[in-house]
Design a protein. Structure first.
Length: 153
């Protein structure tokens, strides 16, 4: 594959972040920049080819201002613009992932509880009273006098 050079100036702190990641992943600057550019264009392809659904809602003026301030701070800190759309989508995705983990934990706990009940066996579910000898005796009472006389005989 034919290649061509690309030169640009970036803030020193961003350069340091990139250099650290390259060292940790044992990659190269060329591979890193190529990956970032490909991700950028692939993201655009996904957005253009998939038909999305609109999610619209109103927020208070105070919350809107807080979001705007956060986005400005984000850009100053990371030297990358984060759109309102990207911000909201990332929050929704994060909340959904956390909820899925919580649901999975709840399902696992319910499954574990069912297994514990099954392991304790049907004896635990029966209603029995211990008599003086320590043996289990059925606590059922005869319903008629004939039944009582039959048991005594």
């Amino acid at each position: 594959m034919e290649t061509k050079g690309l030169t640009c100036k970036i803030p020193l702190d961003l350069h340091n972040q990139i250099s650290e990641e390259i060292r940790e992943t044992e990659s190269t600057m060329s591979k890193f920049i190529e990956m970032v550019i490909r991700e950028h264009y692939q993201k655009g392809e996904v957005n253009m080819t998939e038909k999305g659904k609109t999610l619209a809602f109103q927020v208070s003026g105070e919350l809107f201002q807080r979001i705007k301030e956060y986005l400005v701070l984000y850009e100053k800190t990371y030297h990358r613009r984060l759109t309102q759309k990207e911000f909201v989508i990332s929050l929704i995705e994060q909340a959904l992932e956390e909820a899925e983990e919580e649901f999975e934990a709840a399902r696992a706990a319910a499954h574990e509880s069912q297994q514990e009940q099954a392991e304790s066996g049907p004896e635990a579910a029966e209603c029995r009273d211990p008599d003086a000898d320590g043996n289990a005796q059925n606590s059922e009472v005869p319903s008629t006098e004939d039944d009582a006389e039959g048991e005594l005989a």
